[in-house]
Design a protein around this ligand. Sequence first.
Ligand code: GLN
Length: 304
Amino acid sequence: MDYQKILENIAIETESLQEKGKVANYIPELSKINPNHFGISLRFLNGELFQVGDSNVKFSIQSIAKVFSLSMAIGLFGESIFQRVGVEPSGTAFNSLLQLDYEEGIPRNPFINAGALVIVDILLSELRHPKQELLEYIRKLTGNKYINFNDTVAVSEKSEGYHNAAMANLLKSHGNLHNDVEEVLDSYFHLCSIEMSCNELSKAFLVYANHGRLPKTNEQILTKSQAKRLNALMQTCGFYDESGEFSFTVGLPGKSGVGGGIVAVHPEKFSISVWSPALNKKGNSLRGMKALELFTTKSDLSVF
Ligand code: GLN
């Protein structure tokens, strides 16, 4: 199959879609991004790489980083973390406060903001240098020591971060945040500010397509069972209240971020990442969703 040709055709077929979406503007720094960026990176476990467009341009990975924090927490603490965060799709927006209050401070899953805040809190309690150790973890998965936070984006999100602050306070009032609210928010905003390119993301996610084993060094980062759980959560919760839609149209476990990035994996085969900053109403990349739907349809490579 000519994957390069497939990706090039997808780039052409989806071009008009980017005008229909809107760049995230609730984080001032993200509102400055040119919506016309577009890149795809498709990486197979056998080492083959296909790419189009801005596949080497770094962008704000935002909620995609929640996969890395969860992966680190599952690897370090195993099943115990699921006493403080659930594994069910939320059916609500990524930043919903209502459900969290109703369900007494136990977030539905680790990918909505409330769940990610709890995971960050767990890491803060157990690690000496949580921000640095998270970075090192991602650098190891990517094989690139230059992956970094973007402090300007982190500060920008904090400056308008009233909603996430409300959520952290709500978690604290229900007893499900053990560290200082400000400290948790600071680490969370930094986590979301990490910058990576499509090529770096597809590289970092290969481990989840490989039953938790780093393809290059053979190091087992997660057990097979933990990798299964992580992929299951991406499949059912990776796109918030559009998780069903992503499963239905794309058919791969994946994760999105409001920077316009999406990464998806096909266990035992490949990882694929797309970047197009203009979002749909649910906060997922509009052109990116369509590009992945076209990819799994044209290539016959979905898990279903
Ligand atoms: N930093 C963003 C927020 O907390 C992440 C949201 C996202 O990417 N869906 O609102």
